[in-house]
Design a protein around this ligand. Sequence first.
Ligand code: FAD
Length: 562
Amino acid sequence: MEQIFDVVVVGSGAGALLAAIRAADAGLTALVVEKAEVAGGTSATSGGGIWIPDNHDMARVGLSDGVDAAFRYVRACARGLSSDERILAYVETARHMARYLDQLGVRYKSMPKYSDYYPGMDGAMPGGRTMDPADFNGALLGLEGLAQLRPTNPGQLILGRMTLNAFEAHSILSRERSAKLKLMWIMLRYAVDYPWRRKTKRDRRMTGGQALVGGLLAALRKRRVALWLGTPLKSLQTEDGRVTGVLVERDGKPVAVRARMGVLLAAGGFERNQAMREQYLPKPTDQAWTATPPGGNTGDAIRAGESAGGALHLMSHTWGAPTLSVPKEDRFRALFVERSLPGCMVVNAAGRRFLNESCPYPEFQQAMFADQASGGGAIPAWIVFDAEFRRKYPMGPLGPGEAQPDHRLPKKWQGSVYWKADTLAGLAQQIGVDADGLAASVARMNDWAASGKDLEFDRGGNVFDRYYGDPAVKPNPNLAPLAKAPFYAIRLYPGDIGTKGGLLTDQDARVLDGAGQPIPGLYCTGNNSASVMGPAYPGAGSTLGPAMTFAYRAVAHMAGNP
Ligand code: FAD
């Protein structure tokens, strides 16, 4: 028998859940269908940051912003690859969406020192637009709700159990005096929480993407919105050019669901689909390099929307990031911040630096492709650091040596996760990098560290770079010599945290056809759609902010309240 809802949402990432909640709040019936057996997609495994210009929490941290400046900034970032109408809709609506999250109990804090990614551009802010989720009490989900929530990445867990919010992570990475106390408090609080731990090993204190999606899932459950897990979308149903519903597979059987007001596609990108990667993305490309959950986002709903007449846009773009592999982990880890700390540098096969190591992660990935294309051999690239760096700071899966010395690392990691040698020449030989090139690059880096000025790539030359530097290191918090043996290296790939090309939409998230006309009944958000940011990444939270903002607008449009 055909099932009928007002709104059908495909996927269960942040945008999807927010849409279903908003539909319920507007008095509509909603259904969420999710392919996996758990809800939350990559969103649940993310940092949960959202980029919200002129947000309600900026005043608390003494900042002010304007929609005009944000519009100019995003417009310049997007380089003509996103329409003005969509950009304006985003910068105007994001703050309302963020207030709505607050009302739902999904609270966010503005990060006053976390700069936009291109601080030199017109309209950029040196901080405040990126917001980090406040910690969420997972117990509010109940055990049944908790079992529905996709757990986070292994790489985000301390001792396999606890997580940090972005403020704590920054404090620990920049070696603030209070950092150790904060870490001890987090561990102590977990250790003494016997009543909850008797029920589950998962920490009730949720941060990042777990706090965001945990909070949304709690709001969804409170409203008793139907959530069908293990239910993939198979195709869209259309009548006279209008999308009228979906065909899904439930318990191995096809089920038709009618959507009276609209279908919102929010089923992620195509980063886990090797054939689509090869069709659209720069080469070489490998689905193993992405940091998103295995098997999840295979572009099904992009293809379904295309079959219904939807136009595709930005298909050669990803939310790029360098990634690395750790044995026994089912996905690569993104290397977001450690590469910015002083005493490390990144080289290609010639042993040469080819980028500013502290640059935004999408630029990092693009620089790898550019260097590879010009014959430098940056795929893979190597991040090289010395014993002093190893002692003080984390790098990927290696905790700071003062807390986790080499002898406490799994033996098999040497030669598979990290490489180590007493001399730079020995290291170069192990990793197959030109030894003379590496020696010359290290000598140059050591000069830049002494003068504080990186004359090659200006690392540490702006407020964004310096955010993840070490303020105790002078004269440049991002630069220190690589002088003390042994020397280490870790292999990096041009990975991603999702793709950003998909169905082209308008300012209300309506899917457009090849002639630029909306397809009635069909909406799309998140990485299922072409990003409002065009090819750029204006600031941390540029994927989740738009995913939820356009979900918010889509439902308003469906409900006749644009
Ligand atoms: P997802 O959250 O991946 O959800 C898509 C869902 O659709 C999945 O559950 C999938 O199983 C489901 N699905 C797929 N196919 C079907 C089908 N046929 N039928 C039904 N369901 C289907 N971005 C930020 O903005 N801020 C951050 O702080 C941030 N941190 C990150 C940290 C990490 C480690 C990673 C990996 C990513 C991070 N990102 C961040 C990126 C961000 O997580 C993603 O871009 C975002 O979650 C994409 O949201 P989405 O809703 O489009 O897709």
